[in-house]
Design a protein around this ligand. Sequence first.
Ligand code: GLC
Length: 521
Amino acid sequence: MKRCNVTNTWWRDAVIYQVYPRSYADGNGDGVGDIAGIRARLDHLSALGVDAIWFSPWYPSPMADAGYDVSDYRDIDPVFGTLGEVEALIAEAHRAGIRVIVDVVPNHCSIEHPWFQKALADPAAPERELFWFRDGDEMPTAWRGEFGGTTWTRTPDGAWYLHLFTPEQPDFNWDHPRVRAEFESVLRFWLDRGVDGIRIDSAALLMKDPDLPEVDPSAKHPFHDLDAVHDVYRSWRRIADEYADRALIGEVWLPEVDRFAAYLRPDELHAAFNFDFLGCAWDAGAMRACIDRTLDAHAGVGAPATWVLSNHDVTRHVTRYGRQDTAFSFATKREGTPTDLELGTRRARAAALLSLSLPGAAYVYQGEELGLWEVENLPVEARQDPMWQRSGHGRDGCRVPIPWSSERPPFGFSPDGAAEPWLPQPEGWKDLTVAAQTGDPHSMLELYRRAIAARRALSGPMRWLPSPPGALAYARGDVAVVVNMSGAPVPLPDHDTCLLASGPLDDGVLPPDTAVWLRTT
Ligand code: GLC
């Protein structure tokens, strides 16, 4: 790609595809996806038409949390390949006109990180100050971890250390200048390698109240969204601004819209994932309120909205939308709930035309363009997610290696004669391979390809149009979008041509769970 010298704001309306490296494509035949596999399958992303790829972590890690436990932020785990291969991948993506976003995990590292190893080995080591160590017979707090369970683990010398996630993920002490300096250097390391953006893991959790109070609903939370975290992102923004066209994208799960928007002030992050939209039920009233809330919150700080339907942490939306309760939250995540996959797929098709037509950036999680469902019947012995052990519900079902070709597993994910994929793929995915869907005008893949290409016709802000109950209707420029979330057909507004429909239209009416893009003048 020829880089422009003028500042551009690609991240404001990009289509950003999330690659989960261990499940995208396996180049070396060990059953785990890797950089060689990604490079060999970059053409899929060119054909899909995405603007950028966000790579989930690929750093050296003992993989206690699938690589979100990092032991070296400046290298690549051998299971995925080498730093040299990643540099080649960045160059190849750029040549294909695709930008690259890496995932940085600043809240915690791995117990194998050299700083933590030093801290563990010697109670007097200065590295103890870089984490949250406390002495005492009793666990310092009764905080509940993000995956359930307690948040403190005892070292052999009797001290406790804090981990908001698993015991293998010790939390950094962000009050310490060495921690700040280290991450500023990590940012530069990747920005100097030409990456176009940084996805920031668990962005609202970095700061902790040093008094370590118990969680009290009537008081400020001791580790969620402390005000001091904004100083960190102001300093990161100054660094990003030294480079041209780089974006900081936060993983900020916060129910309060104003607190969320504070991360997107002009001197902080460029964008953050819209989990409000991801969790919203398939219901026109709820969806309209969510879209309004999103657009208002972002307008207040001048940031672009993002539209996210799935990622590597949540139940795939084909499955969610096929259930009676179509909303998502970790608290109510229930595997094995009765699911109508045909209904879920129909709604997922309509949802694609919804999320790709709203103003802002759209995220696509690998496999969503194939219409993959959540694999809910993984054998217990195959499950790897630590959340499963700690809370009884896990995320492996959305992380199953994706199907590329052929009639049976591994569906081209690995080369012939390779080890079995690290999670077993369902036989039923034979109809959902990239090869099976390519050229089929009714396939999910061709819908995504057409929508991403046609999305360029949509520009400017959106305005709501009058719509029948149970449907959403809005316009962007001269394109009208109608999404029928009700159980009955609705009439189509006046239009010239139909640009795209998520399903067959019945003579001027839009069937239930179907969406359409219409040219109106
Ligand atoms: C984020 C990641 C998730 C990970 C957690 C701890 O929520 O998306 O996969 O387990 O942070 O790093």
